[in-house]
Ligand binder design. Sequence first.
Ligand SMILES: [Zn+2]
Length: 263
Amino acid sequence: MDSILRKIRDECLEANKALPETGLVDFTFGNVSVLDLSRGIFAIKPSGIPYDDLRKEDIVLLDLDGKVLYGESKPSSDTPTHRYLYRTLGERGVHAIVHTHSRRAVAFAQAGFAIPCLGTTHADYFAGEVPITRDLTKAEVKGNYEWETGKIIAEVFAEIDPMPIPAVIVRRHGPFAWGANGIKAVENAHVLEVVADIAWQTLLLNPRAESIPAYLLEKHYKRKHGPEAYYGQPTDPSERKAHRPPKAPRKGYPDPRFYAFDR
Ligand SMILES: [Zn+2]
């Protein structure tokens, strides 16, 4: 295994280990994968192994045709969904994918609602509502179910840029989130659960609560993303007014190195 493949394997292990720390997963529900776009190879969690027991050698590496290249374990049963999404959205920036059954987001999936963008907490991370897929047909469920799940997600993003909206709700099932790397994707899955929780409570208080006005949504999203972003500390130390010694990187999740709000 060369250094590029070791990198995605290790990133995949780190992100899967971070997942239980977010409180998003019960038992072994959930999985993270990481893509190397240039090689068309991705690393994914093996099926049914508890997060605590995961080791480097358990991570499975596959190509985009589904051929296992490294790993003795059976890959996650959701692997075809990840593979479909990398084939269709990989070139649009989706380089790591997280699937969980986090409870608030699953509640939206079961209720059949997209997560509306009701305030600035949501707008800081998602440039609009988090969309919901259509239902799978009986034939799709009886056929290659996990592959078809990827297809109905990709259908939603035919018209939507997947990076400003780095998550989706699969109807009656649950959330998928993504990002430019494994930890960023875990962070997006975590924020998705937070905004689902806040939206739920908002709608309980006021079922007629309206979406955030477009001008406020744009203000909040753009101050953290893209060329006009100004949230946080400048990345060039000479531009910082406070001269603080850099902190040693902290282990575990959340990792402050990944909090630069760029995907
Ligand atoms: Zn699932």
